[in-house]
Design a protein around this ligand. Structure first.
Ligand SMILES: NC(=O)c1ccc[n+]([C@@H]2O[C@H](COP(=O)([O-])OP(=O)(O)OC[C@H]3O[C@@H](n4cnc5c(N)ncnc54)[C@H](O)[C@@H]3O)[C@@H](O)[C@H]2O)c1
Length: 249
């Protein structure tokens, strides 16, 4: 089963990787709910994609009520849900800092979005997915979740743990749960920040085994694999899509 006639709820799809996932699913016959806290970005992405198979809804993943309303609105519009992509995340320089340098409020903020956000979405989507076609959840971890030496990395380590736990918890409903751990990916926001410090070139030349930049397409293709029946025997896994980083160090 591919995307034809299936419906995906994608958080943070107003920009970057999530937006390109939305475009790809719609282009391949699926329906998409773009669920972003940045309503203007979500609406603009829906307009850009331009099909009647896309709906933009306001959703703050850190807020359980907001998630429940968004999931309900999306499922009502398309008659159910088959795929959940937990893509929304706080990331980049501000959060890639040593563990004890952020105060409690900042820690609560990033845990709310990157970790509890996934719990909120999984909980709200479960009853719809349980009735869905080849239901699958994919969450965005990060290669930093293997290094675990920054605040951001710790939240993405937690995403790997949630993937194992939710795979087991949701298996009775036939829902597969996997994650992707991207390396440096040239989404617009990441590129703007990482290019500034030449981080991407350093990654490509010094740390990756495959010496080219990672693209949003690399992540879209991994998502497609994990959400479709090519991966029907795979659950609880985190797939590194990072050009071999950090195996080299
Ligand atoms: N770009 C990379 O190099 C890279 C590498 C590893 C992992 N990732 C992960 O991939 C995901 C997407 O990355 P990207 O580069 O496309 O990011 P991005 O910054 O371009 O987009 C993130 C989106 O999430 C939305 N968002 C933020 N907080 C939210 C909330 N509380 N509720 C709902 N939406 C919210 C933002 O409005 C934005 O549209 C993130 O989880 C990120 O951590 C990215």
């Amino acid at each position: 089963m591919g995307f034809v006639g299936r419906t995906a709820f994608i958080t943070g799809a107003g920009n970057g990787i999530g937006k390109d996932m939305a475009k790809h699913i719609v282009a391949n016959g699926g329906n998409v709910i773009i669920a972003d806290v940045d309503e203007a970005a979500g609406r603009a992405a829906a307009t850009e994609i331009g099909a009647d198979r896309v709906l933009a809804v306001h959703c703050d993943v850190a807020d359980q009520n907001s998630v429940e309303s968004a999931v309900k609105a999306g499922a009502e519009r398309f008659g159910g849900l088959d795929i959940l992509v937990n893509n929304a995340g706080l990331h980049l320089t501000k959060w890639n800092v040593p563990i004890t340098t952020l105060d409690e409020d900042a820690w609560k903020l990033i845990l709310g979005v990157n970790v509890i956000g996934i719990v909120n979405c999984a909980r709200a989507a479960r009853p719809f997915l349980a009735e869905g076609k080849s239901p699958a959840i994919v969450s965005l971890s990060s290669i930093t979740g293997y290094l675990s030496n920054t605040v951001y990395g710790i939240t993405k380590l937690a995403v790997r743990g949630l993937t194992v736990g939710l795979a087991s918890e949701f298996a009775p409903d036939g829902i597969r749960v996997n994650a992707i751990a991207p390396g440096a990916i040239a989404s617009e926001n990441a590129l703007a920040e990482l290019a500034e410090n030449d981080v991407i070139n350093q990654m490509i030349n010094n740390y990756q085994l495959i010496h080219r930049g990672g693209t949003t397409t690399d992540i879209v293709q991994a998502m497609e694999f994990l959400c479709t029946d090519s991966a029907s025997f795979i659950t609880g896994q985190t797939l590194q899509v990072s050009g071999g980083f950090p195996l080299y160090i």
